[in-house]
Design a protein. Sequence first.
Length: 171
Amino acid sequence: MPDIRKARIDDAKALALFAETAFRASFGAMNTAEDMDAHCRSSYGEAIQAAEIADPGAVAFVSEEQNRLIGYAQLRWGKAPDCVVARSPAEIQRIYVAQDWHGKGVAQALMQACIDEAVQRGSDAVWLGVWERNPRAIAFYGKSGFVEVGDHTFTLGGDPQRDVVMVRSVG
Ligand SMILES: CC(C)(COP(=O)(O)OP(=O)(O)OC[C@H]1O[C@@H](n2cnc3c(N)ncnc32)[C@H](O)[C@@H]1OP(=O)(O)O)[C@@H](O)C(=O)NCCC(=O)NCCS
């Protein structure tokens, strides 16, 4: 199983490319090109990922196999929806695994790194929003101990989409 490590600033360029490629491969067919392009412009790019990696209110984890990124997860601390009842909730903002590594445990290892980091930083819960039309991710979160507590709107480009909000207690 490939190791998980925290992302460094010099990962930013490769991480931006990996994240955008994974996002487009996963959701491109179900959304318009305009919405995908707008989302990718505002979410992925070397400067954007460098700023996120440097942000003390976030942590990014990566997994590599033979110098190739195969997994990425990002945890952050900030505002949570009202349906997340916790003292100090951490959010899994992103978790992406390369398609040829799906079903091989990389996602579980990234998830464990996120949970461990959340506990270390004193969080009592981890939450996330997942598109209602993403059954594989919903199944993965369910088997990782997350339960549905509500929903919120995630706007992809100009398209308001329903995200299921899921929470797991930690610590
Ligand atoms: C979400 C993601 C990180 C999960 O990692 P993974 O390695 O695929 O996860 P796993 O294979 O361990 O678990 C997925 C589960 O969903 C099941 N599954 C697969 N396709 C499914 C479908 N169409 N409907 C319901 N369940 C499905 C799998 O069988 C598996 O369950 P099992 O272990 O009981 O067989 C990965 O699929 C991914 O990167 N997806 C693209 C990006 C993405 O959607 N990220 C999440 C955004 S919120």
